[in-house]
Design a protein around this ligand. Structure first.
Ligand code: NAP
Ligand code: MG
Length: 486
């Protein structure tokens, strides 16, 4: 044994700890899930989904066109007027419990597939995405037979056919957020996953088959933006639920204006994570890291603007930099990986462009020493200090592992700076004082506010935004409102 000084940093490296990809079997090609079966797309078109960590294709998936959207909406309508519409709440609950249980049983398969298709670390897909997706189905199963007691009148009715469009950052979890409340309330669904991350939604289609839901209750259409556009504008859709960019959300709102179709939008964010000088700083540093580097920062509620009180700014920045030096970037399937791959070339280009703008506008850029793999899409954890409120990196959503640091002197200034954004999805407060937490929470214009923690999610807790972050809530009792005619 070699004696080492207790103060010396050991230069041992972690041994590789890869999760095996053998637990999933990926088909070379997938059809569309319509009326309880996988069917080929009418036009016979397919596209590849890649593993962003290697740029290797994983499978071909169908490109749904307008005739496929027609067919899926017709299947959902038939199930609504037929077997699903006739299923009482207590039985809908059993189906949802079954879906939750099968997701749990196949959790490892889902986690590996999510990390392969999305690029996120297995530690996150295994410990966050998949358990939360199952929890969402469990939670809403509990509501299915209690709708008369949910505060929406004695006999709230479902809306009909829900058209649902989701992004690529939490593919299975966003599918669960959309499907579980809609089904609990008695609606039928046509869901379009994002172009770059369709595979766990297709595995969920298998689970839905396995759980025995009546054919047509859930339909899954893979495709691009054109598929989403055709779905949300389809006259047979009674309710549209969209999660994605503010730009596309606005387009959908324009398209649906005056049609009577119900709409909820979960859009972008530019959250402030506010650290006061009395905060437990080591915990705050962990919260800052979790706030912006979780899921490579591809998180709508990411704490992308750090507002730190001037008296502790240098200390916080030093500790943050030291902590970022310990993050491990690389193979998403390695259980020791903290930062995985950026989901797509397009997203990498956007992060690169906005970071360059940060430098051009005069902010100071810093990243830890961090070797990037040769293949795939990667971006190192990045911190900008000396950021002013007018900078693009303080105003625009980067949706990547990039933190903008601003300072403040007084609580009033913190509120003014935190609210200086067109968005309003989330915020964080770090302080020892309970009274200050309440004082801040009353003044911050954000749908979700965390105190002395960040990025905590629970199916019982509603989630949603103000202003350009959208409207409507997902999760909790509130999440039922968007799917009930009350
Ligand atoms: P996006 O471009 O708006 O795409 C979201 C979904 O909409 C995808 O399935 C996309 O298909 C589809 N789509 C694209 N154009 C469409 C159109 N004209 N009509 C209907 N659907 C269309 O957003 P993204 O870049 O994938 O996702 C990142 C954004 O989502 C960020 O701004 C983030 O903040 C937001 N987000 C918000 C929440 C929330 O809960 N508030 C949660 C997660 C993400 P393709 O994949 O083929 O483009
Ligand atoms: Mg992919």
């Amino acid at each position: 044994m070699v004696a080492t000084s207790p103060l010396a940093t050991p230069d041992w490296d972690y041994a590789p700890a890869p999760e095996s990809a053998d637990v999933v079997s990926i088909a070379p090609r997938y059809g569309l899930f319509i009326g309880g079966e996988f069917v080929p797309p009418a036009a016979g078109e397919y596209f590849a989904t890649l593993n962003p960590a290697t740029e290797q294709p994983l499978a071909e998936v169908a490109q749904a066109g307008e005739p496929d959207v027609d067919r899926a909406v017709a299947a959902a309508r038939a199930a609504y007027g037929g077997p699903w519409g006739a299923t009482p709440g207590r039985d809908r609950a059993k189906y949802l419990y079954r879906v939750a249980r099968v997701i749990q049983e196949r959790a490892r398969e889902f986690a590996v597939l999510e990390s392969l298709d999305n690029g996120k670390p297995i530690r996150e897909s295994r410990d966050v995405d998949i358990p939360l997706a199952a929890a969402h189905f469990f939670y809403y199963a509990g509501w299915a037979d209690k709708l008369a007691h949910a505060g929406f009148g004695p006999d709230p009715r479902p809306l009909g056919v829900a058209g649902q469009v989701i992004p690529w950052n939490f593919p299975l979890l966003m599918a669960a957020w959309k499907l579980a409340p809609a089904l609990a309330a008695g609606n039928t669904c046509v869901l379009k996953p994002a172009e770059t991350t369709p595979l766990t939604a297709l595995l969920l289609a298998e689970v839905i088959q396995e759980a025995g839901l009546p054919p047509g209750t859930v339909n899954i259409l893979t495709g691009d933006g054109a598929t989403g556009r055709a779905l949300v504008a389809h006259p047979g859709v009674d309710k549209v639920a969209f999660t994605g960019s503010t730009e596309v959300g606005k387009e959908i709102q324009r398209a649906l204006a005056g049609t009577g179709t119900r709409l909820t939008l979960e859009l972008g964010g530019k959250a402030a994570n506010v650290v006061f000088d009395d905060a437990p700083l080591d915990q705050a540093v962990e919260g800052i890291v979790n706030g912006i580097f979780f899921n490579q920062g591809h998180v709508c509620c990411a704490g992308s603007r750090l507002l730190v009180q001037e008296s502790v700014a240098d200390t916080v920045l030093d500790r943050l930099k030291r902590r970022l030096g310990t993050l491990r970037l690389g193979d998403p399937l390695d259980k020791n990986t903290d930062i995985g791959a950026i989901n797509s070339r397009q997203q990498l280009d956007k992060i690169t462009e906005l970071s360059a703008a940060g430098e051009q506008e005069g902010a100071e850029r810093w990243s830890p020493a961090c070797a990037l793999p040769d293949r795939g899409y990667w971006f190192p954890p990045t911190v900008f200090s000396g950021v002013s409120q007018a900078h693009r990196i303080a105003q625009e959503e980067i949706f990547g592992p990039v933190l903008s640091v601003l300072t403040f002197r007084t609580p009033e200034e913190a509120v003014a700076k935190a609210n200086n954004t067109p968005y309003g999805l989330s915020a964080g407060i770090w302080t020892e004082k309970g009274s200050r937490i309440f004082w801040m929470a009353q003044r911050l214009r954000a749908g979700v506010i965390w105190a002395n923690t960040y990025n905590r999610f629970d199916p019982a807790s509603p989630f949603g935004g103000y202003q350009e972050s959208g409207f409507g809530r997902e999760g909790g009792r509130h999440g039922l409102a968007g799917y009930l005619d009350a």
